[in-house]
Structures are given as structure tokens and as C-alpha cells.
Design a protein around this ligand. Sequence first.
Ligand code: IMP
Ligand code: MG
Length: 181
Amino acid sequence: MYEDIEQILFDERDICRATEEIASRINSDYVGCCPVIIGVLKGSFIFLADLVRKLNIDFKIDFIRASSYGEKTDSTGNVKIISDITTDIMDRDVIIVEDILDTGYTLSYITEHLRRSSPKSIRICTLFDKPCRRIVEINPDYTGIVIDDLFIVGYGLDYNEKYRGMPNIGIPKMRSKKTKE
Ligand code: IMP
Ligand code: MG
């Protein structure tokens, strides 16, 4: 099924360790708080599910779905909100959970969009970060694993909707144009 993976970069243990580290930081940063955790669809769904099961604080969950169009490894910056949150975040602590931070266009757009609803605070949590690819200045508050300029799949991250269910993280052999989500 996933035979066209060139190389496995991170296994389930690596991902679990990174998720645990983030969860323990969130647990201590939000003691007594009830943040609204907003998953960026679709890529964050598996990371979010594992992350929240390691939390020992109260929280609410919502989702936002954004899309930008262009080459699969190059964001155009043309971001659109396809599906918005329904939770009232005014005066609430918000944690945005993303699968991977690349150029930064998507998260900066989403952050600005959510800021208009006057949350008390917004923090960004990403499982993977490719800082060498950044175009828009944005610094995540919680980062799992920093990687080089590589296109990775698995654990929620896709290539043309494939590989989301792969339990580990790898590099696919082939690439083509797609809609980024
Ligand atoms: P940005 O707007 O360029 O930061 O793009 C972020 C989005 O692009 C992520 O939420 C992913 O959906 C997608 N993306 C960026 N890099 C990768 C990758 O290496 N693999 C899979 N999806 C990626
Ligand atoms: Mg994403």
C-alpha cells in the first residue's frame, strides 16, 4: 500500500516522543485554564487526536479548514478559509494545532482570521516545522520536530490525499500538482 515511499524518516516512537514533549509543556502552561484547541484540517487530525489524549487539562476542540492553491511544495499565499470554527473564542485561550509549518502563509492567515474574534491569547503548535522554507514570519510556540526542506507524508500528512493513514513519516517517490490542505 505504501510501497512507493523512498525513505522512512521518523517512526511511531519518534512521533510519540515529540507529542509527549509538547503535551507536557501544554499541561504545565495551561494549568487551571480551558483552552480552545483548534485543529487545522485535514492534516492535523491524527496528531491532534494523539496530543489531546496526553493532556490532563480541560479543553474544548474545534476545527478550521483552509486551503491554498499552487504547486504542492510551494504555497502561493492564496489562502482561503473553507470551513470555520463554530466555538466562541472571545476572551478564550486558543491553541492552533497544525501538522506542518512550511512557508507560513496558511498559519499566518488563520491566526489573523482568528484574532478578529478577540481571543485572550493565541499560541501555535505544530508537529513538524520547516523553518528554512519560511516566507511569512511566524514562530510556533510548540514544535515537535524540525526538518530540512523535504516533502514528507504519513501520520495525517498527504500527497494527493494518499498516505494519511501511514503510522510513520516518510518521503514519497513521486510528486505532482495538487491542492494543498
Ligand atoms: P504553508 O502555508 O506553506 O506553511 O503550508 C502549510 C500546509 O502545507 C500544511 O498544513 C500542509 O498541509 C501542507 N504541507 C506543507 N509541507 C508539507 C509536506 O512536507 N507534506 C505534506 N503537506 C505539507
Ligand atoms: Mg495542513
